[in-house]
Design a protein around this ligand. Structure first.
Ligand SMILES: C[S@@+](CC[C@H](N)C(=O)[O-])C[C@H]1O[C@@H](n2cnc3c(N)ncnc32)[C@H](O)[C@@H]1O
Length: 232
């Protein structure tokens, strides 16, 4: 990747005025969209891998090329790390051929997270860690509902539990996510600026690209308790 990424540009300089409405609506109404067959099949593959491994579960949601999945598998060698992304193109790319074989304790699967998260929750998965690294920001105000925290699947993300780590190069995204977590759980997770240096171990391909492009990077981390959601 090249260091030519432009910072996120948005007419929004603070929380979207409709944020609370959309988060509360998602919390009050269970999302019923049918689950796509291709994600069901991908979930079955992931489930078999996880069951065979048996270790604590780490999710890398929107893993892109899977660089972060690989890094997490190395950092947590006892864990079972699942990288999930809907883009076959991203998943097939290998930017750094010097990295060697994919770790045995990690798997990348192609799936739509909005369905994968619901299947994971239905199956009773309780990840110990859940990484959401540099999600698409959808910075136009009209795109609010496409941001994870204002999406109908948000309560399921939260209900999975575990320590959730969100990183973004758009502070507004992380501030909004913190506000949504507060509405869902009452917690007030701090939003922190990441202090990385050129020597840092960049967790993902986008982190490296944004750092090299001089962007400020933001993180939120919070420990969530898994909750029941009624799908009946
Ligand atoms: C900006 S990239 C970040 C990739 C990676 N986390 C990183 O930091 O390098 C966002 C990724 O989220 C994936 N994504 C967006 N919406 C998704 C969805 N509904 N299901 C699965 N993946 C999704 C995209 O395909 C893309 O690879």
């Amino acid at each position: 990747m090249f260091a030519n990424s432009t910072p996120v540009h948005s007419t929004q300089s603070g929380l979207h005025p409709d944020l609370t409405f959309h988060v509360q609506r998602a919390l009050d109404h269970q999302w019923q969209r049918p689950i796509a067959e291709h994600t069901r099949a991908a979930f079955d593959t992931a489930q078999q891998f996880y069951q065979a491994h048996g270790g604590p579960l780490i999710l890398d949601a929107g893993c892109g090329t899977g660089h972060s999945t690989r890094q997490l598998a190395r950092c947590y060698p006892r864990a079972c790390v699942l990288g999930i992304d809907r883009s076959a193109d991203r998943l097939s790319r290998n930017h750094d051929r010097t990295l060697g074989a994919f770790p045995d304790n990690a798997l990348r699967v192609r799936a739509d997270l909005v369905d994968f998260w619901r299947l994971a929750h239905l199956a009773g998965w309780q990840p110990v860690r859940h990484f959401v690294l540099y999600p698409n920001p959808y910075p136009k105000a009209s795109q609010l509902k496409r941001r994870w925290h204002a999406h109908p699947v948000f309560p399921v993300m939260v209900a999975l539990g575990g320590v959730l780590t969100l990183r973004s190069n758009w502070q507004v995204y992380v501030d909004e996510f913190a506000c949504a977590i507060n509405l869902a759980t009452g917690q007030k997770p701090p939003v922190e600026a990441l202090s990385l240096t050129p020597e840092s171990d960049f967790i993902s391909a986008f982190e490296r690209k944004y750092f090299d492009s001089g962007h400020a990077l933001w993180q939120l981390e919070c420990a969530l308790t898994s909750m029941d959601i009624d799908y009946a």
